[in-house]
Design a protein around this ligand. Structure first.
Ligand SMILES: O=P(O)(O)OC[C@H]1O[C@H](O[C@H]2O[C@H](CO)[C@@H](O)[C@H](O)[C@H]2O)[C@H](O)[C@@H](O)[C@@H]1O
Length: 256
């Protein structure tokens, strides 16, 4: 069982020459809600992020499973905040988003669309969220029988292994993507792009474990909430994560 980040760990991060703070969004900064478009970071989490964004040699990135359009809408951050959406498939830097699906990837996405829509349609509480490189099948509002039926049918229809589709499980969501890019890939890319000498990454879900796997000895991983993790530390929820970010901001303000 891991505990909260120690004062020493935060001081070490605060003292690094170039700091990258990479944050998952849903469940990490924003409490989980029934309607994804309604999710917002806790006010204290957003304040802490804005304060960090104001510091020199300090980069803040949201690294999310959300499609970029959805992430940009719910995060409501200034343009110099870095955003990685769709588990790292889409990255926004200096206002530009890159995503170039090949013809084969686009064709595979086009094949999935009617299959998943046809499965979700008749099942109460099951709905499909569109993403540039795939789809998320949401079951938060469905009962156990509808969830089981939706997942079984969708997994069979996607024929993922045969067709090179990446399947990810999250909180009441099953995702299908024509790209296998992970949050770990996103962190590698952001680290290189920013020249970060240390990274803090925080996340709450299974897909965030790829992000923790990309961290090295000078970095810090913070798991938010319960569940097995590769992260070195843990906090209880978004409010506690906001407090960690506020403390890190204060420490770094005194250093840079
Ligand atoms: O990587 P994240 O930023 O944690 O994004 C993961 C998924 O977040 C959204 O779904 C989750 O949050 C919703 C709002 O709280 C909730 O209703 C849903 O049950 C959760 O799975 C988003 O809609 C997905 O596309 C993201 O992949």
């Amino acid at each position: 069982m891991t505990g909260a980040p120690t004062a020493e760990a935060l001081q070490r991060l605060a003292a690094t020459p170039v700091l990258l703070i990479a944050l998952d969004f849903d469940g990490t900064l924003a409490p989980i809600v029934d309607v994804p478009a309604d999710a917002r970071a806790l006010p204290e989490a957003r304040d802490a992020v804005l304060a960090l964004l104001d510091l020199p040699a300090t980069h803040v990135a949201y690294v999310s499973g959300r499609a970029m359009e959805s992430l940009a809408a719910v995060s409501d951050l200034p343009d110099h905040a870095l955003l990685a959406g769709s588990h790292g498939v889409e990255v926004r830097t200096e206002g530009r988003v890159t995503l170039d699906l090949s013809d084969a990837e686009q064709a595979e996405r086009d094949r999935l669309e009617p299959l998943l829509a046809g499965i979700a349609g008749p099942l109460d509480g099951v709905w499909i969220e569109e993403k540039p490189a795939g789809f998320a099948m949401h079951t938060r509002l469905a009962d156990a029988d509808a969830t089981a039926a939706a997942e079984e049918q969708a997994l069979a229809a996607a024929d993922a292994e045969e067709r090179g589709i990446t399947v990810r499980r999250g909180q009441d969501v099953l995702e299908f993507s024509v790209r296998g890019t992970t949050k770990g890939d996103a962190i590698d890319r952001l680290r290189e792009q920013t020249g970060a000498t240390a990274v803090l990454f925080a996340g709450d879900d299974v897909t965030d474990e790829d992000g923790f796997g990309a961290l090295g000895g000078d970095d810090l991983g913070v798991k938010v909430g319960p569940g097995e993790t590769r992260a070195g530390c843990r906090v209880a929820g978004p409010a506690e994560m906001a407090a960690v970010l506020a403390e890190l901001g204060q420490l770094r303000r005194g250093r840079v």
